[in-house]
Design a protein around this ligand. Structure first.
Ligand code: DC
Length: 224
């Protein structure tokens, strides 16, 4: 692997349903890297807002973000908010509905980005989200942008919902994904963008294994 000093940083961005979380987790396991799910941090702050009855743009929430403690354990699969395991609670429909509004507040982003950069400074890392290649780790050793068609991403999301025994139609899920894409790409602060030096991977017709192999090949080709 290409090294920066003794550390390597791999950053992945992409829209919801592009497969970046699963791929990043697998690559982290294969290469023994720390896995950082940046979206989980925005979700934890959103949960905090809901727990304390604070609006997304409330100054009190910004104060709370500055003092709250967010930590990952089990190599990124468990997230602790002020020592409480909130890994399941951050995936509820209430959090899903509010998180984009919280993630667009610049003061909240500033705190979360600082935290992510501190985690990144501690060792080799693979981090995924919406602004990892552009804002959080602009000097990452490897940058990837994962994408897939809206219909394919909706099908993946629908399969997840069905696996959780939740009912939804493809049309409704597609509409929800389009709305999230719109919010993520048009917001004023740190919108989802493809970094000019990112390797773009269209995952529409690829399996997770194929995408993992593709990333591994790119990373390991630069070993030395
Ligand atoms: O990837 P996800 O669905 O868990 O992300 C949750 C929300 O957080 C989504 O609205 C996009 C936002 N997000 C962000 O603004 N910046 C990131 N680096 C990661 C996620």
């Amino acid at each position: 692997m290409k090294k920066t000093g003794s550390q390597v940083t791999i950053a992945i961005d992409g829209p919801a349903g592009s497969g970046k979380s699963t791929v990043a987790r697998r690559v982290a396991e294969k290469l023994g890297l720390l896995y950082l799910d940046s979206g989980a941090m925005y979700r934890a702050v959103t949960l905090l807002a809901l727990q304390e009855g604070l609006a997304a743009d409330s100054p009190k929430l910004i104060d709370r973000v500055e003092t709250c403690h967010i930590e990952f354990t089990d190599n990124g699969s468990t997230i602790l908010l002020n020592t409480e395991d909130v890994s399941a609670q951050i995936r509820t429909p209430a959090v899903n509905r509010l998180v984009a509004d919280v993630a667009k507040i610049p003061e909240i982003r500033r705190e979360i980005v600082k935290h992510q950069q501190r985690i990144g400074a501690e060792g080799s890392i693979i981090a995924e989200g919406r602004d990892l290649t552009t804002i959080v780790f602009p000097n990452a050793d490897f940058k990837f942008y994962l994408d897939a068609s809206v219909t394919e991403r909706a099908k993946r999301r629908l399969a997840e919902l069905h696996a959780q025994n939740e009912d939804a139609t493809l049309a409704a899920v597609e509409a929800e994904i389009r709305e999230r894409d719109e919010k993520d790409t048009t917001r004023e602060h740190s919108p989802l963008r493809t970094a000019p030096d990112a390797i773009v991977v269209d995952t529409t017709d690829k399996t997770i294994e194929e995408v993992v192999d593709l990333l591994m090949t790119r990373v390991c080709a630069n070993e030395g």
